[in-house]
Design a protein around this ligand. Sequence first.
Ligand code: PGA
Length: 265
Amino acid sequence: MNTKTTRPKIVIGNWKMCRSHERVGELDAIAAAARNYRLEVVICPPFPLIPAALRHVPAIMAGGQDCHHELEGPYTGSTSPALLREMGVTHVILGHSERRTALAETNAMICAKAAAAIRAGMIAIICVGESAAERAAGATEDVITDQIKGSIPASARPEEMLIAYEPIWAIGSGATPTLAEIADVHGSIRDTLRRTLGVASGEATRLLYGGSVNPENAGRLIGTPGVDGLLVGTSSLSARDFVPIIEAAAHTGQAAKGIGAEAAA
Ligand code: PGA
């Protein structure tokens, strides 16, 4: 089953509901690091900051943190994926646990949003992850398999989506799973993708890890078998923390290329 699929590393910053335009100033050093290391780096500011971010650093890739499942219509307060794309947005985070939990977003809703984002020409970053109680009950694999099967549009191609494994209990807590646990979950997600999308697409789809990534653990996390990228919250808010994470990912990516080896899946 081993294929020669190469999955380039990617680092994504989720700025969540940061509250000031001043944050945009961090993008100079972040964009410079992305350019230096030729690494895919995406920043996902809150919607009102996206135009300022793209004006400040036109070369940066910007992502949204949600979008509607229709391209337009009478949906007060919602954001059209077509409008995001028109603004220059390339990616959109969907199904983040903060939305699954607080706003009761279901797999079916996330699947419809992902299909709309892809239809609008963006890359859907689809988040999955178990709660502490689900992990304690030994249900991690079942929960995530259900989320993967329910949240990914059947027609999505590997280049149109990224899957982010974010254990809910690891987000913003300072705790992370062990590297072996992450490798296990990523292996299980890879198996599910192969079964649902077919072997070639299942192999080519990139899997990210997210949850308490910081400059100290980023190298180990992105070097873990099956981890193709990182989704970073708190540590993406400042260049001081985010640039070392970009560097760690770039070095790991080069090492992987150097030995011509695919991470164990
Ligand atoms: P964190 O957030 O890095 O602050 O844990 C990650 C996320 O919610 O995507």
